[in-house]
Design a protein around this ligand. Sequence first.
Ligand code: FES
Length: 235
Amino acid sequence: MSDTFRFTIDGVEVTGTPGQTILQAAEAAGIWIPRLCYLEGLVPGGACRVCTVKVQGRFQAACAFPAGPGLVVENDTEEIRELRKQVVEMLFVEGNHFCMFCEKSGNCELQALAYRLGIASPRYPYLFPVRQVDASHPDVFIDGNRCIQCGRCIRASRDVDGKGVFGFVERSRDTRVGVDARTGLGGTSLTLDDRAVTVCPVGAILKKRVGFAVPIGERLYDHRPIGTDLERRGA
Ligand code: FES
């Protein structure tokens, strides 16, 4: 196509099309760029910074930065791998992520990223914050202990479901995902078939009564490191 263009990722020439982000063009070329808050089908949030790459020598979020002709992108370098590890480690210590007790274990993108990035234990002290669990909805519960504030549920509810059930409340280190009802999740219009129910990368939003239907050890990332389904080369 005449409007395609070429640029490089780690020295590999890839093709981009107008409107693509660096992450999307990389994915089309079979190069995986780690991500957490990005999910295909949702407007990029640019929140987590796990997808950080260097573009022309400057750090950028690959999920939000537009691909363009002649760009020189660094993705899988020692510097960037280290930065991503730090981001993921900070996410672990900022919340209460007890993987061995979590229904999402094995399907959790945060846990899978930690394995993929070679994180054995965070270098930072755990904060052990006090967070709420809201089980007031008949079919879904939200556990703030596991929330990484990626905003996927907010964007899915707003842009896909057309509801706006979720939104960020408070500020700074007190920021959390709130719901649009004083009585909690049970007072919202959330229903089981909402996209917002299935987009959480961790175990913060889960359906009730289906826990451990698939045994630990037989789950998605128990078999296949995260990102390997997207890789054809590089990464
Ligand atoms: Fe790009 Fe989160 S995936 S900032």
